[in-house]
Design a protein around this ligand. Structure first.
Ligand code: SAM
Length: 276
């Protein structure tokens, strides 16, 4: 058996050895190309000195790249217990640098893993829970959060919603939330054939950095406004925001009641939330 650059077996052999047939229910589309996982890991440099968190390591391709690129305090959170022996073999290759957590990432607060260090989150997220995880991290009750950077893989369509600007089709609740609290940008696309098995759509890597002091607003109220406004995105705001005060509310903050949700920028949504 020929070994990879890190002295561990090639990922295809890891899948075969541990019987890791990809499960659709867990969003398992694995990256087996260590050049590509290296490229993703390098987007989060420097890694040393940070508490690095990877959600969904699977057979460990990105995990190995993060360690090779210098992560010295890496916690991986994986739901599928079949992957644990492969992950423990990586931990043995990098003593003291990798902790394997067998858990549902939706139940883990990144702050619990910080141990006094700035956190970086790097992940090829499972598509079925990726948006929920991101929303949890960005809608955290305390801000700024413990993480200073997140480098995350999403389906291209979700990535476009995260970075969307007003006046575009993809602009909606996720774009307002992420635009309010983070600076988000798409770094590069990853084609379906890079994965095993290939998903139906193109994926994108997104880089998010928290804005230390975003415009002041109550999170729950802001979400009430965006939910109402984008719930009826083709209607004029005087109609979609009727239950929240409609025309009177809009006039109070100087927004034309005939406008539609997708034309409002983040500061206008914040103004509406603050007026409520
Ligand atoms: N990081 C690996 C890679 O790039 O090849 C695997 C990525 S795969 C898209 C998603 C991984 O997330 C799978 O290993 C899956 O078992 C795991 N996963 C799915 N749901 C999860 C959850 N709620 N919490 C933690 N891990 C989860």
């Amino acid at each position: 058996m020929s070994l990879a650059f890190d002295g561990l077996p090639p990922l295809r052999e890891v899948l075969a050895e541990h019987g890791l047939d990809p499960k659709r229910s867990l969003g398992q589309n694995f990256l087996l190309d260590l050049n590509l996982t290296g490229k993703i890991a390098r987007q989060a440099l420097p890694l040393a000195g940070h508490a690095v968190i990877e959600v969904g390591p699977g057979p460990g391709g990105l995990t190995r790249a993060l360690l090779a690129e210098g992560a010295d305090d890496l916690t991986v959170i994986e739901k599928d217990e079949r992957t644990l022996p492969a992950l423990e073999a990586i931990a043995a290759r990098y003593p003291g640098r990798l902790r394997v957590l067998h858990a549902d990432a939706l139940t883990v607060d990144p702050a619990e893993l910080a141990r006094g260090k700035p956190v970086k989150i790097v992940a090829n997220l499972p598509y079925n829970v990726g948006t929920q995880l991101l929303t949890n991290w960005v809608a955290s009750p305390s801000w700024p959060p413990p993480w200073v950077q997140a480098v995350l893989m999403f389906q291209r369509e979700v990535a476009e919603r995260i970075v969307a600007r007003p006046g575009t089709d993809h602009y909606g609740r996720l774009g307002v939330l992420c635009g309010w609290r983070t600076r988000a940008r798409i770094l590069f696309d990853v084609p379906p054939q890079a994965f095993t098995p290939p998903p139906k759509v193109t994926s994108s890597i997104v880089d998010l950095r928290p804005i230390e002091a975003p415009l002041s607003a109550d999170l729950a109220t802001l979400e009430r406004v965006t939910q109402a406004a984008f719930g009826q995105r083709r209607k004029m705001l005087r109609q979609s925001l009727k239950a929240l005060g409609g025309e009177a509310l809009l006039e109070r903050v100087g927004i034309d009641p005939q406008r539609r949700a997708e034309t409002l920028d983040v500061s206008e949504f914040v103004a509406l939330a603050n007026a409520l």
